[in-house]
Write a protein that binds this ligand. Sequence first.
Ligand code: SF4
Length: 162
Amino acid sequence: MNYIKIESSSLSNGLGWRVILWCAGCENRCEGCHNKETWDEKAGKPFDEETMELLLSLMDNQFIEGLTLTGGDPLYPSNRETIAKIAEKVKERFPEKNIWLYTGYDFEDVKDLEVMKYVDVCVDGRFIERLRDVSLAFRGSSNQRIIDVQNSKDTVKVLDLD
Ligand code: SF4
C-alpha cells in the first residue's frame, strides 16, 4: 500500500486530537472529489516498517485520542491487507485509543473485512455533490453515515454527532 502523508495531530476527520493516515488509491471517483491526487494507487510512497514505527510513535502521545484512516480509500482493494495490519498493531499497542476509517464504499459491503475488527467508527459512502452539506459533522454529503462499527453486527448503528 502507498500513502500520501501522515498528519501528526489534527482536529478534523474524527473526534478529538488525532493522527491521520492518508492512503493512496481510490476507485470511487466521486464527482466533486477534493482529493483527486490520491486516486492513483501508486501516488505517494510505500507504507513500510519504518512508516509503521513512525505512526506508532506519533500515536504514543497522551493528547492523541485516536487514529483516522482516510485517503483516497483505505479500503481500495489492494490496501485492505495492509490497512488491517496497521489497525491491528495500533489497537494492540493502544487499546484505549479509537480508530476511525473513512471509505467510499457502503458499510454493508465492507463490514466483514478483517480491518473492521479493529475499527471503532466508519464514515461510509461516496461523496455526492448534490447532497453536499457543510453543516454536517465529519462528512461531506448527507448520504454518508457515521457508524458505530462494534455495535453494528446485526443492525447498522448510526451515531448522531451533528
Ligand atoms: S471516496 Fe473520497 S477520495 Fe475517493 S473519489 Fe470519493 S471523495 Fe474522492
